[in-house]
Write a protein that binds this ligand. Sequence first.
Ligand code: SF4
Length: 459
Amino acid sequence: MSSSNHKDHPALAADFNKDEPRVDWHDETLWWVRAKRDRAAAQVPDWEILRDTASRIKDNVLSNLSGYLRQFEEEATRNGIVVHWAADAKEHNDIVLSILRNHKVDKMVKSKSMLTEECHLNQHLHDNGIEVVDTDLGERVVQLAEEPPSHIVLPCIHWKKEEIGELFHKHLGTPKGNADPQLLTYAARLHLREKFLTRRVALTGVNFAVAETGEFVVCTNEGNADMGAHLADVHIASMGIEKLIPQRRHLGVFLRLLTRSATGQPITTYSSHFKRPRPGQEMHIVLVDNGRSVHLGRKDFRNSLKCIRCAACFNTCPVYRRSGGHSYHTAVAGPIGSILSPNLDMKKYADLPFASTLCGSCSNVCPVKIDIHEQLYKWRQVIVQAGNAPAAKTAAMKTMTWVLSNPGVYHSAGKAGRWFMLNVPFTVKNKLNAWYLQRELPEPPKESFGQWYKKNKRS
Ligand code: SF4
């Protein structure tokens, strides 16, 4: 547990691990998605060139962010879009609420937007009497279950279809015990269609915003963003300021990478361009900072702002696959969330950079070539230096430093350790020692390498 009384990653992962069969299929399902991503990537001969190009385009964006933002604002305004600026989550939420209030609306549909999760928009609107219906199917499942998403692309990946059948029976009146995916999807479709047809305001996220044209692109597989935005009188788009790309021609690079990396599909089913409101419609875009410019100023971590939220790093991460998204206690989980979250609150998220084996698989699959595992390692150093590491870990590291920097103590500790492991193994392997709970005790050597070397060096 962390000092601030919320459960930290190890404690939440232990909760998830109580249900071993769930852990196994969660792991296997995400690995299956990762393997699909590998096959999709292998079919593009220029894959590595694409990754490199995307990374360089984003380098350019991050180095010239303020200029591109001003260009985007100018072009979007010229197109008839109302542009808002939000310094933080509160400002973002207040802007959305004021637009709804101006239109005397108390109901809204929303397609997937991790930014609104980061800002806790639903809660804010709920507290102010606004009903929000999430229209992405996975997001609607977790919303009905009153849970946050556990994955940025597959929000209810931790749910079994039988459990969704029960949830839909309770909320949507589907037959009890029926978990047929086609029937459940059809029920969700009817349920959501009624919401689309009766809501006057729709909020969407933004995958890419083009500085040169002032347009933005929203990618979905379900067409729910389009349904919401096309039927509503008011379209609000929430966008993190890092989502810019300079020119429309750059979209070809990112759209080819995004869904291949995310789900192994060649392209998202719907990649919708929004450039101006249709006649009679109002279109707003809220450009949100919420810590991003501080992150941009951290030279070791700024590259993580290149992220296009494909979740390939989640699917490949052995820790994520076996600890589940909720164990990260933050809106964007997984390896990239473990880099972005400590920027928002270093103390609260000090546990996350340690939730990694540092195997580097995340960096290998990242379509924009973020050095994810290097940044996780770097965050560990920053967190320890700032005194935010858990007390037990700090004490253990100090003890190790003392042991490893004193040869006499090191040799005595090794001798004592070997003796205990050989003669009274239960003192090391017991339920109080979490490290051994799921590991086999190695056979200890009878002597240390140093002792062996002294004896054998002449021969
Ligand atoms: S860090 Fe890279 S792999 Fe992870 S979600 Fe972002 S773009 Fe995808």
